[in-house]
Design a binder for this molecule. Structure first.
Ligand code: ADE
Length: 344
């Protein structure tokens, strides 16, 4: 795959990408980085590439003609419908899914902006896809483009070696990665979790799944929405869905929402236990918030129990027992209680 980078700082991009895995990928011909200096396409005597914005305002805007010239040069080397990606904080978010979408292409043309932005006409002429690497503003698009190149390149077959597999990493299955351990077995009095030394592959996989769920719920709960039930360990999507359908049909439930509260001393595994139960039970998490105040763990979830296999009362009891088991208080209440309390 060829990455054509339209930039004012070609050396910066070339240098930063010539290390480690990307360097090896270039040496093996898996990827090519072709930097095109936008300044080479300036028509001014002093290589001018920016000017004051029409309508006034602070800063400078990158001029359309040099960018357009650099794009034509890249296009001449790329396939006719090569995509242009403009690195910009106002673009759509760059995620693992977008990286997967990009890595299927033969080439990408990445435009790195600077100053207060780029003349809109250049972007329109190139039909640029605006992409942001996060909700913060960098000094220029180069660092963002390098992040995109890195994330896309490592998905190209043959770029990662056997030891650098991406099968089980964060986002590969919609969850964040579980913690990893290596030698020594004890470090600063902290032993490696026993299950990882057991050699029992099923238990290790289950433990990792649980830790992934727990990590995701803790730091990025929005990734668990809206379909957490198919993510948990041991769930058989086909069967569970069938059963839910049957159950929902026979009990004629309509959009039943519940509120789960969990309160107790903070400890490892609370979120994983609750999420795993909900997912196996076919209960969808609609919203989640979690805090730890002076060592006390508090979580509130809005859940859709319409398709629960147990029915509401069964779930109330199951969750209460799970809470007892791990030493926290877990309550499931019907949303109607809150609505009628409000009316009273
Ligand atoms: N250029 C400046 N900030 C950026 C961001 N957050 N993402 C992509 N390009 C940028």
């Amino acid at each position: 795959m060829v990455f054509h980078v339209l930039t004012l700082f070609p050396q910066m991009v070339k240098d930063a990408l010539s290390y480690s895995i990307l360097k090896r990928a270039m040496d093996r011909g898996k990827i090519e980085i072709n930097c095109i200096d936008i300044r080479d396409f300036s028509s001014g005597k002093h290589g001018q590439v920016d000017d004051a914005p029409y309508g006034g305002g602070a800063g400078m805007v990158m001029m359309a003609p040099p960018i357009y010239g650099a794009w034509l040069a890249a296009k001449a080397l790329a396939e006719p419908d090569a995509k242009v990606v403009y690195m910009s904080p106002r673009g759509r978010m760059f995620t693992q899914r977008v990286a997967e979408e990009f890595c299927r292409r033969e080439s990408l043309i990445l435009l790195c902006g600077h100053y207060e932005g780029v003349d809109q006409r250049a972007l329109d002429a190139m039909d640029a896809d605006e992409v942001s690497v996060g909700d913060y503003v960098l000094t220029g698009g180069e660092i963002a483009a390098m992040a995109v190149i890195d994330a896309v390149a490592r998905l190209i077959p043959g770029v990662l070696g056997k030891c650098e597999s991406y099968q089980h990493e964060s986002f590969s299955d919609g969850l964040l990665e579980h913690p990893q351990y290596t030698r020594p077995p004890v470090f600063l009095d902290m032993p490696v979790p026993e299950v990882l030394l057991s050699g029992h592959h099923k238990n290790i996989a289950a433990w990792r799944r649980e830790k992934s769920l727990e990590q995701t719920a803790k730091t990025r709960p929005e990734l668990l929405l809206p379909d957490v039930q198919f993510l948990a360990k041991g769930s058989e999507p086909g069967k569970a869905a069938e059963k839910r359908e049957e159950s929902a049909h026979s009990k004629r439930r309509v959009n039943m929402k519940g509120i789960i509260t969990v309160l107790g001393n903070d400890q490892v595994g609370i979120i994983a236990k609750v999420c795993t139960y909900l997912s196996n039970e076919g209960i969808n998490i609609l919203d989640i918030s979690q805090t730890i105040v002076q060592g006390y763990f508090h979580m509130m979830m809005i859940v859709d129990i319409t398709n629960s296999m147990q029915g509401f009362e069964g779930c109330v009891e199951d969750l209460r027992l799970i809470g007892e088991d791990i030493g926290v208080q877990i309550k499931l209440q019907h949303e109607d209680i809150f609505n009628s309390m409000h009316r009273i």
